[in-house]
Design a protein around this ligand. Structure first.
Ligand SMILES: [Zn+2]
Length: 279
């Protein structure tokens, strides 16, 4: 069953209610909220219709902030809790303290700089990251109440941001990977993600030559399964396979539901992954 459940449709003229796909499988964890936004609802104009959550894609600032506020309200969280980073397709992990709560919600300049993974054990901090095809990775350690959220495009994947996040949580909070839960969110699927040999040569450094990770396509190219590669890297980092939720959504196939950088040739908005715990 798809772990990121689409809530009832919100499409229709004048309907700005944000489209949300909560990670339903984690609703059993008390106080935890996790999920991914769709593109429906919100206030952004074409070509970012309509729930664009990112400030760096040329959208009107007031529309992005209105979208963010609407999402926070729909999640039942104060907007002041929304905390995000300036993502750079790297693998640096930053620990979010109570003092950093709210950074980046109003401007890129105030965001946590140069980070593609955020970890925290602070309650009432809503971690947010932005995506259009890249893979959102979620981590939860119930023993220490610690959370991690990471952004893995092909670059972050081959840099193993998954393992970096797990080891940063172990160091900061004493998290035991075998006691952690993880999820791989909606992102571009193997069906739609063709890459060239330059990318493949990097991919072979982190995963075996196996058809579950990549298959040959047109001449000299391959189709890459970023979700399965990240799951493999999570397992190598010590997370139990039975504790990893895998989304089946392909952001490029479901253009009515998601923004896709590939499908819309770069002219698009961003979805947001969220993760937080309440006191
Ligand atoms: Zn697809």
């Amino acid at each position: 069953m798809e772990p990121f459940a689409k809530k009832s449709a919100v499409h229709g003229a004048g309907n700005s209610a944000p489209e949300l796909l909560p990670l339903a499988a984690w609703s059993r964890f008390k106080g935890i909220t996790a999920g991914f936004t769709g593109r429906g609802g919100g206030y952004s104009a074409p070509p970012r219709v309509s729930l664009n959550t990112a400030l760096h894609v040329g959208d009107e600032e007031h529309a992005v902030l209105a979208n963010r506020r609407a999402i926070a309200a729909a999640l039942g969280w104060p907007f002041e809790a929304w905390t995000c980073a300036e993502q750079v397709h790297g693998s640096r992990v930053v620990r979010v303290t109570a003092e950093a709560r709210g950074q980046g919600r109003l401007s890129r300049e105030s965001a946590i700089q140069d980070a593609d993974a955020l970890i925290t054990d602070e309650p009432d901090v809503l971690l947010a990251m932005y995506f259009a095809d890249c893979v959102p990775l979620y981590f939860y350690d119930p023993e220490h109440g610690a959370l991690g959220l990471a952004h893995a495009g092909w670059k972050g994947t081959v840099l193993n941001v998954a393992a970096s996040t797990v080891s940063a949580m172990a160091e900061a909070y004493g998290s035991d990977p075998a006691a952690m839960y993880a999820a791989v969110g909606p992102s571009i699927g193997e069906c739609c993600y063709e890459v060239d040999e330059a990318v493949m040569s990097r991919v072979r450094d982190v995963v075996p030559d196996d058809r579950s990770f990549h298959v040959p396509s047109s001449e000299g190219k391959s189709r890459l399964n970023l979700k399965e590669i990240n799951k493999h890297l999570m397992i190598k980092a010590g997370i139990l396979p039975s504790r990893i939720e895998m989304s089946g959504w392909c952001t490029s196939c479901s253009a009515d539901l998601f923004f896709s950088h590939r499908k819309q040739r770069g002219q698009t908005g961003r979805m947001m992954s969220w993760l937080g715990k309440k006191k």
